[in-house]
Design a protein around this ligand. Structure first.
Ligand code: FES
Length: 112
């Protein structure tokens, strides 16, 4: 499956229905970038799957009910909606992607 012409690219091997609220999954962008995809309050989100502190995969972390995404290596926390750092030791915001769901397929586009 190819892109949609609006910059969104499909994530192969990941169905939106696999992501219950609070879930985190690792997925690969067609360009090879590894993403952490999750669902918070019913909405899908995606960020690069590397903690900006020391590159640990955020998809192995914890997504709390308040939308805080915690890296399980050193405990940095981020806002899953904005990518903002909420707690160190990380000091850089997350690289975010816009996400849409079309017929059960998850599409992403680098957020501007
Ligand atoms: S690698 Fe994420 S907090 Fe250190």
């Amino acid at each position: 499956m190819s892109g949609t012409g609006d910059g969104f690219e499909p994530l192969a091997g990941l169905r939106a229905t696999e992501l219950a609220d609070g879930a985190l999954r690792q997925a690969t962008h067609p360009n090879g970038t590894t993403l952490c995809v999750g669902r918070h309050a019913g909405n899908l989100f995606a960020v690069k799957d590397h903690c900006p502190h020391a590159e640990f995969p955020l998809s192995e972390g914890t997504l709390y009910a308040n939308g805080e995404l915690e890296c399980c290596w050193h405990g940095a926390r981020f806002d899953c909606r904005t990518g903002a750092v909420l707690r160190g030791p990380a000091d850089q915001e997350l690289v975010r992607y816009d996400v849409v769901e079309r017929e059960g397929v998850v599409f992403v586009r680098r957020a501007r």
